[in-house]
Design a protein around this ligand. Structure first.
Ligand SMILES: C[S@@+](CC[C@H](N)C(=O)[O-])C[C@H]1O[C@@H](n2cnc3c(N)ncnc32)[C@H](O)[C@@H]1O
Length: 235
């Protein structure tokens, strides 16, 4: 059990790399000021990086709760479960919607072929800046904009249709028209043997996915805060 009522305990939680510790840390981080946090983590650079990521995410959740849909980034368990659905040897163009602070982005890059391209489309300018500063990989194109712009983005980058689209955007809070437009554009920009993966906390998106895709398989990731639904959609 993670109990951190003072700065010393807080620093200990940062050292702890488990999902539970991070969750506790989030609860404290939104109450502590930046100076306290920096004192606690200074000189521990991997922890500092991780702290910076989580604080940035939590701060943005407080500013834009419906745009983020979650106070904490996806867990490594969810990320592994998600990414195991794809055949990385054949993917040459991958699109990620809503990369946030890049926890899935980095894992995609680890699995991707050296000649593949990952296009990460993010609406939030703070996250876009963070991703551009933190991830140095020539295969990554970070685009500030909406998932709705997938067609225009791939055209501008002179890329062919996508093998895979991975979406973490909160479809349940989007207006009907935007959700429908994003799903239609995603399907149209996928290769015929491609797939779209959608992870969400709720199932409300399922009928919309079924309207746009020929086949939708559902999976469940328990080891995440909150447990997530994974939808694997093919044409
Ligand atoms: C639940 S967070 C997921 C972050 C990260 N991928 C993860 O799994 O931890 C949702 C992300 O989608 C972004 N987002 C929301 N609507 C979007 C849209 N229409 N186009 C692109 N990104 C969007 C938010 O800014 C946020 O970064």
């Amino acid at each position: 059990m993670c109990r951190k009522n003072d700065e010393r305990n807080f620093a200990a939680a940062i050292r702890c790399r488990t999902g539970r510790a991070r969750a506790c840390y989030i609860g404290k981080a939104v109450r502590l000021d930046m100076e306290t946090i920096q004192k606690a983590v200074v000189s521990r650079s991997p922890a500092f990086r991780s702290a910076r990521q989580i604080i940035l995410f939590a701060r943005n959740f407080l500013k834009y709760p419906t745009m983020l849909g979650s106070v904490i980034p996806s867990s490594p368990f969810l990320v592994n479960q998600l990414l195991s659905r794809f055949d990385w040897a054949r993917a040459s163009v991958v699109v990620e919607y809503g990369p946030g602070i890049g926890n899935i982005t980095c894992e995609i890059l680890k699995r991707m072929r050296p000649d593949a391209v990952l296009v990460a489309i993010e609406l939030n300018p703070d996250f876009v800046r963070f991703l551009r500063e933190e991830i140095d990989d020539p295969r990554l194109r970070v685009v500030e904009g909406s998932a709705l712009d997938i067609r225009e983005t791939l055209t501008r980058l002179q890329l062919p249709m996508a093998d895979y689209v991975i979406s973490g955007i909160p479809f349940s809070t989007l207006p009907d028209q935007s959700r429908s437009d994003i799903l239609r554009e995603s399907r149209e920009m996928l290769r015929s043997d491609g797939a779209m993966l959608v992870y969400q906390f709720r199932r409300t998106v399922l009928p919309h996915l079924k309207r746009h895709f020929g086949r939708v398989q559902e999976d469940f990731a328990v080891l995440n805060i909150l447990p997530a639904r994974i939808f694997h959609c093919t044409l």
